[in-house]
Design a protein around this ligand. Structure first.
Ligand SMILES: Cc1ncc(COP(=O)(O)O)c(C=O)c1O
Length: 383
């Protein structure tokens, strides 16, 4: 693919920062290397010595003095190597992208971003010029609109329903243009399509597999890039999880944003951009010139957690019932759920069981049919 035709003038003008390149080299060098190049401060002067965190499963994540110095220091703009390596292996395992092992220009690459929002914002800046036609499903995530609207593009809504964007609707929208005009100078044919394929915000819609295939084919016909914004991928309730656009990407036209906000922490601000190397490189150049890198500290924290868990531990981190009528809720900060149920819940005409009734010596636990959990959550909050 000719990626140059997708870049805005601003993105195309970005050049690597010599200082950032040195930081990258330094990060990959032995710790004994003395760098007089990039302006890295002496971490011996920083006030923090070491730290440890207890994971809910009882494991400990410990930053000894050496690790702490690294956590507090500048690091590479694309992300710390061990986190990137772990995430690349996960992407290959989950999506088996056709571009993962290709030696072609569109080979899959990744970078760490400060939440997926940073990735999205930088991807839009890389691809969208004032006056460009951008395709998306409506309504869509307000953070996307906040990033796109100031770029002065025309947002073209593609019809969608509970199964996501409708391929025939997209075909109809695209029929305003001739695919033969796509590569002509000053063509107004859209070059970018944005979609949230799972648990859409705010619609909750999830795109079915055949629609993804049909939309990918239309993208090939009109030489579109697809931005697959998928922060809810890991929150799909039905198994097996739906195949992603990335898994179908034979050409290298998918830019995927992933987020750990919904499953590990939103405050740590860890997200990822996955896509063809020439485009990921452009995002990294923008990072070099703006935030320089996502904070090293949370990257190391998440990396240690993931290496400790392994892929299986990570994928088993949350549990949703596959069947039945019941949900088991552990109520934190409430010493006696019996009182909560017998007084507060009954007052609001909500009936349920507590483990204190079933097992009087156990921890405080509520046991309720799923249709009551929303009501229960409301009850529990003010306690
Ligand atoms: C669809 C969608 N994309 C991206 C984001 C940004 O997430 P974060 O920057 O925390 O990774 C959100 C957050 O709610 C979202 O709903």
């Amino acid at each position: 693919m000719n990626y140059a035709r997708f870049l805005t003038a601003v993105s195309a003008a970005r050049k690597p920062s010599p200082i950032r390149i040195l930081t990258d080299i330094q990060q990959r060098s032995p710790p004994s290397m003395i760098s007089l190049a990039a302006g890295a401060p002496n971490p011996n002067t920083f006030p923090f010595h070491s730290c440890s965190f207890q994971v809910k499963n009882g494991d400990m994540i410990t930053f000894d003095e050496t690790m702490m110095k690294r956590a507090l220091q500048y690091s590479a703009s694309s992300g710390i190597p061990e986190l990137l390596t772990w995430m690349k292996a996960l992407q290959k395992y989950l999506h088996n992208p056709p571009t993962a092992n290709s030696a072609e220009k569109g080979q899959m690459d990744m970078c760490v971003t400060t939440g997926s929002q940073e990735g999205l914002c930088k991807v839009f800046e890389m691809l969208v010029n004032p006056g460009d036609n951008v395709l998306l499903d409506a309504p869509t995530y307000s953070g996307t609109l906040a990033a796109l609207q100031p770029l002065g593009c025309n947002l073209i809504n593609v019809p969608s329903d509970q199964h996501g964007m409708i391929p025939d609707g997209l075909k109809e929208v695209l029929s305003r243009w001739d695919p033969a005009d796509v590569h002509k100078p000053h063509s107004t044919v859209p070059r970018v399509l944005y979609t949230i394929p799972n648990g859409g915000n705010p619609t909750g819609a999830s795109m079915i597999t055949q629609r993804k295939r049909d939309i990918y084919e239309l993208a090939r016909q009109y030489d579109l890039l697809i931005i697959e914004d998928d922060p809810y991928y890991f929150l799909q309730f039905d198994k097996p999880w739906a195949p992603t656009f990335l898994s179908m990407d034979v050409d290298g036209r998918i830019i995927r944003t992933d987020s750990f906000s919904k499953i590990l922490s939103s405050g740590l601000r860890i997200g990822f951009v996955t896509g063809p190397k020439p485009l990921v490189d452009r995002v990294v150049l923008h990072i070099q010139a703006s935030t320089m890198h996502t904070s090293t500290f949370p990257q190391l924290m998440v990396s240690q957690l993931l290496h400790g868990w392994g892929q299986e531990g990570f994928l088993n981190h949350w549990h949703t019932p596959a069947a039945g009528m019941f949900l088991w809720i552990k109520v934190k900060g409430v010493a006696d759920t019996q009182k909560l149920i017998m007084e507060k819940a009954m007052e609001k005409e909500v009936g349920t069981h507590t483990q204190s009734i079933l097992y009087p010596t156990g921890p405080p636990v509520l046991w309720a049919p799923p249709q009551l959990t929303h009501t229960l959550t409301k009850l529990i909050q003010p306690v």
